[in-house]
Ligand binder design. Sequence first.
Ligand SMILES: Nc1nc2c(ncn2[C@@H]2O[C@H](COP(=O)(O)OP(=O)(O)OP(=O)(O)O)[C@@H](O)[C@H]2O)c(=O)[nH]1
Length: 559
Amino acid sequence: MVFNWFRRQHNESQEQAQDKSASPTQVEPQTESPVSESGEVSSQEQVADDYLAWAKAAYKNIQAKQRPQTTTTPSETESPTQAEAEPQLVTEAVAPSSESQAIPIQTETPQTESDAEVAVEAAEQALEELETAVAAESAIPEIVAAEVEKVTSIAENVPDLSVTAETAENREGVAQEAVPFWARDDRQARLQRLMETAIQEPEPEVRPVSATTEPAAIAEFADVVFDDGFLWSAEVLAAQGRRPEDVSIEEITWLKKLRQGLDKTRRNLINQLKAIVGQGPLNQDAVMEIEALLLQADVGVEATDYIIKALQSKLREQALPPEQAISYLKKILRDMLEQPFVESYKRTFAPEKDTFNIWVMTGVNGAGKTTTIGKIAHLAVKSGYKCLIAAADTFRAAAVEQVKIWGQRSGVEAIANPGENTDPAAVVFDAIAAAKARGSELLIVDTAGRLQNKKNLMDELSKIRRIIDKKAPDAKVEALLVLDATLGQNGLRQAQVFSEAVKLSGVVLTKLDGTAKGGIALAVVQQLGLPIRFIGAGEGIEDLRPFSSYEFVEALLSG
Ligand SMILES: Nc1nc2c(ncn2[C@@H]2O[C@H](COP(=O)(O)OP(=O)(O)OP(=O)(O)O)[C@@H](O)[C@H]2O)c(=O)[nH]1
């Protein structure tokens, strides 16, 4: 059952999800007692205990999901080389991505695992080639020698490689019979050298699975200390009604990253806001202070006015302690971010399964368009979609190369037109034909982001649209604007131009990591009326996720 990263649920329930008006990311959070099912308002300690229990359960499940990869014992059907190599290389808990530090209890990152697997495969292949060479009637000494050399050099270069004496002897035994007499002495000497150099490791020691991954120990977790980021992420997921058994380490890692990314914006906002809103109805000074804070975070004038009015009217009605005032502020922000869904836009933004979806990506150069295309392609592949990229930013030759590289990273082919300054619409034409021929479900179209001339931009985008309408009239077409969050209010002006040139389905906000201008998300929604569809918080392939107003606001305002 594939997890759909766009819908944040397993694909099995996609059909039902389409009927629902709210996606899981928009589930109204249970602000009082997120985990308790009794309906009673729990005490804060009880709530904290519930979250902790949830975090432990999630941790247990994450560990359990990783365990099958980590405790593999060699099966009888495996070749001696595999059987000997695996226990040695893969006995520690394995983190699914390079971000293994996201797991609160540190485990060894198995960096050597894939290297070694590749090396074992290479050695196997080289030995096979050697056997083939020596078995061939026509084999000549030079070929045999070259093959032996190859095996030897692989073994020399990979100290962990468990090509053991037995393996080499077995191979040799098989090969010896087939070796013509004239090759034997030379080969014998070289194989001897191979064995001497390849046997680097003693008998592989199968280390016991650590106590914390044993079922009994998992159940307890009494002395597990979760880091703050893990607990916060668990709390955010639990509050949205997620179940511990459905949560993956990638989701936790992403939330930690988002929170970390918004750290600068949050630190500038939260303490001062708490101090101000905790003093009862807002006087003129308090209003000005909040205004300054929000404007500094690039929330924008209109959005700031709206927030202050909403906050003020609530605080006039009722004096709230700081925590509750912040909770109310969070609700105001969430409602603002959700506003586009109330009137104009569908909440869920995911490629429809078994349908031809075309997503046209727009944005100025440098906004992170190429990177975003690669990340979305990666999400699509992970979610089980057949995906293709159209490299239609033909304005810059480097853009085509970049998008191809990102395509390779995500395992998605990029259709490009050789030659400089080719017609982007022609690339789209070819890409649609290729996508149809291959039964692709999602075609992501890169476009040039020339802003210097609005007319050019409009012409180019409308030409692409015309081709799409003609070649794929039944396709479900969306257009996304990629916007660099670090540009703050300047980015809004760009967004304005693009939204006049093409009907946008939403915005991808990139580079939220490390900016103090995270409030720009609110300005985009408030001033342009566009929903945020994805957010990027890093340069890595995993550093982009569908936008969730709840998660964003929590990351922005949780103390
Ligand atoms: N920190 C950070 N950097 C990002 C993010 N997204 C993209 N970048 C970086 O921004 C730079 C520009 O990204 P590109 O994807 O090449 O931008 P583009 O819009 O395609 O621009 P051109 O390649 O000039 O057409 C690269 O160095 C990316 O690594 C993000 O979410 N966080």
